[in-house]
Design a protein around this ligand. Structure first.
Ligand code: FAD
Length: 289
């Protein structure tokens, strides 16, 4: 995780041509055109993330909005928009500057998505943003009831949030959670996080919304299948990250979360940190050329 903040390592990775294959495994490219080509090649439903996190710069937030508008146009022009929605981090469109600005910017992306016949999901970031993100979600859903939320099973509050968001029309992506969070707000024991995931998935499957189960965990995937049969629920989906368990993605017909954009470095380092086998894969490919 330290490497994701280390400028020397970033420079090395970004400038080594041999790293490109590794980057390409997890990131769809830097440009809109490259992202669209990856979507075309995948042949699975996707949600696209224009990489870039917290900004306090209004001009940078505007560039992110423009990138999403350009992407939606390109997907529409390529006839791919129906199966390609977008994932938006509110921090990248100005949340830490001003919640109202983030709402305005997210609204512009939602309006464009609606024109293209697709949808938007708001990624969930660290716990200091949860209330603000859910407030913005609530406002967006007044105009676009299909806007999706992400809930993280590591947070103590999440079972209640699942109950609140399990009504008709609601789209909720359930994840374990990707940020280092303190014990006051988050469960620390990984097996307890999994248990809470199961409690939450039961609530979402019993509800009237559209659950989106985003996990690579084979045990949870099996439980989701069993519980869906138990609740007789067919309107839900699985989601996985681009480049991870690709065979399983095809078997399940998952929606694939496809990140792209120039700011791929932090994202890639987090994926490598999550799983030692990915680091081995990375080092082997560095050594083999
Ligand atoms: P883990 O506990 O990481 O892994 C469980 C098991 O899955 C492993 O033991 C292994 O068997 C298998 N596995 C995991 N990785 C691999 C691999 N590379 N190859 C083979 N098997 C593997 N987090 C947020 O906080 N906010 C978000 O908005 C958000 N959006 C997401 C969207 C999607 C589509 C996905 C898939 C994840 C998202 N996440 C998000 C990240 C999430 O919170 C987790 O950090 C991440 O998914 C890892 O947790 P996991 O459920 O896959 O299980």
């Amino acid at each position: 995780m330290a490497a994701s903040r280390n400028e020397t390592v970033r420079h090395l990775v970004a400038n080594a041509p041999i790293s490109r294959d590794v980057v390409k495994r997890f990131v769809a490219g830097e440009s809109t055109a490259e992202a669209v080509e990856v979507v075309r090649g995948l042949g699975l439903p996707v949600t696209l993330d224009y990489l870039g996190e917290d900004t306090r710069d209004e001009a940078q937030a505007e560039r992110t909005v423009q990138a999403y508008l350009e992407l939606l146009d390109a997907l529409h022009a390529a006839g791919l928009a129906v199966n390609a929605e977008v994932s938006v981090k509110l921090s990248a469109v100005g949340q830490s500057l001003d919640e109202a600005l983030a709402l305005t910017n997210a609204s512009r992306i939602c309006a464009a998505a609606e024109q293209c016949g697709t949808t938007v999901t708001l990624d969930m970031e660290d716990h200091t943003t949860t209330d603000s993100t859910l407030r913005v979600l609530h406002e967006l859903r007044r105009s676009w009831p299909w806007v999706g939320a992400v809930l993280q099973s590591y947070l103590h509050r999440t079972l209640d949030d699942c109950k609140a968001l399990s009504g008709p029309g609601s789209r909720v992506r359930l994840v374990k959670g990707a940020y280092a969070e303190p014990a006051e707000v988050a469960i620390q024991d990984p097996s307890e996080v999994d248990l809470n995931y199961v409690r939450c998935l039961n609530v979402l499957l019993a509800g009237e919304g559209y659950p989106m189960f985003a996990t690579h965990d084979p045990r949870l995937i099996e439980i989701i299948g069993e519980r869906a049969r138990w609740y007789d629920k067919t309107d839900f989906e699985y989601q996985m990250l681009y480049g991870i368990r690709t065979e399983e993605q095809r078997r399940l017909g998952t929606r694939v979360y496809v990140p792209y954009g120039e700011q791929w470095y932090g994202y890639l380092m987090r994926r490598l940190a999550e799983r030692p086998a990915n680091v081995t894969f990375f080092l082997r490919s560095l050594a083999s050329r």
